[in-house]
Design a protein around this ligand. Structure first.
Ligand code: NAD
Length: 318
């Protein structure tokens, strides 16, 4: 005998089936490849039109093995899309004034269209003081106070790459953030805060955004409400399966080395049983962040080619 299911029963059955399906991966490498393709196409067009080219200068102080890997991937990315790339290493003992002077000279150099300041810096240097010295139109990491301020207006110039990468990954899922419950764990100046501003940048289509941090009480109460959960902390195992809402989209920004392996902040094996979509680590936010650096380098070049472009409607987030 066959039994007819009513709508409620059907919905419940679907929910049970949904629960059994492990989350799908959000493929950061594929998103990065698509962004790079778009960037490359735009560079070809602009090179032809303006008979000039974009060029990125990476400034490194001392030799740091961690930043060596970043330099390598920046160089590779630039070569892929047609951006001239050079890295310049200053001595470990360089003073803050000397570094600022160096940056100011590069600001004046029209053959350099983008400047990136590699972290970490030695302790005699205050990173924010140096970031303030980077010409806002060459600030491909969006760390200059002017660019940070414009983000507050919802009219961003150049925005920190990781924050842009998270937005791009959410967009790639086809999910509109409008009105969604988004919980963001982490409130750093480079990731959490700019991301919160991007999530809130539209007058009508913003997400309902909760920002959690080290002082947040009962973190799980906030993460469990999230339809989109973004974690940018740097603590492996912080977000466990029971802290995630059934069917949520989970974006794990964290990068941690545990027993020789790179992992995120989310316990992936548990989270994939609860989430509908999740970014892997590695292969999620990381590659898209690099792609966004390339996109920002082109955007910086465009602002230099035509400063009015900054104020065109296209740049306004709505
Ligand atoms: P940060 O150290 O500057 O900030 C950490 C944030 O986490 C702070 O807001 C802090 O309050 C919060 N926090 C710390 N402990 C917490 C806890 N127990 N509960 C809730 N919040 C807590 O770090 P960051 O520069 O923002 O980077 C965060 C992570 O993202 C790191 O693992 C970093 O390596 C990674 N990261 C990845 C990329 C990428 O491209 N994938 C880029 C940048 C940073």
């Amino acid at each position: 005998m066959t039994t007819q299911l009513n709508d409620e029963q059907k919905a419940a059955t679907e929910l049970i089936n949904e629960k059994k399906i492990a989350a799908q991966l959000i493929d950061g490498k594929a998103v990065a490849a698509r962004v790079k393709k778009e960037v490359k196409r735009e560079i070809v067009k602009l090179k032809e039109k303006h008979k000039s080219f974009p060029s990125l200068l990476a400034v490194q102080v001392g030799a740091n093995p961690a930043s060596a890997a970043y330099l390598k991937s920046q160089k590779k990315g630039c070569e892929e899309v047609g951006i001239n790339y050079q890295a310049q290493q200053l001595p470990q003992g360089v003073s803050q004034e000397e570094l600022i002077q160096f940056i100011k000279e590069k600001n004046q150099d029209s053959k350099i269209t983008g400047i990136i300041l590699q972290m970490p810096l030695p302790e005699q240097i205050d990173a924010e003081k140096v970031q303030e010295a980077i010409d806002p139109s060459k600030d491909v990491e969006g760390v200059n106070p002017q660019n940070m301020g414009l983000l507050m207006y919802g009219w961003p110039g150049l925005v920190p790459c990781t924050a842009l990468a998270v937005m791009e990954l959410i967009k790639s899922t086809g999910t509109a953030i409008k009105g969604k419950q988004v919980t963001l764990v982490g409130h750093s100046s480079l990731v959490g805060k700019p991301l919160a501003l991007l999530l809130l940048s539209s007058p009508f289509d913003s997400a309902t955004t909760t920002v959690c941090h080290i002082a947040t009480r009962n973190l799980a109460a906030h993460t469990r409400r999230a339809e989109i959960l973004i974690v940018a902390v740097g603590k492996p195992g912080l977000i466990k399966g029971d802290m995630i809402k059934e069917g949520a989209i989970v974006i794990d920004v964290g990068i941690n080395r545990v027993e020789g392996k790179i992992v995120g902040d989310v316990v992936f094996e548990e989270a994939k049983e609860k989430a509908s979509l999740i970014t892997p680590v590695p292969g999620g936010v990381g590659p898209v962040t690099t792609a966004m650096l390339l996109k920002n380098t082109v955007d910086a070049w465009k602002i230099q080619l035509d400063p009015d472009v900054r104020w065109s409607k296209k740049w306004k987030l709505t």
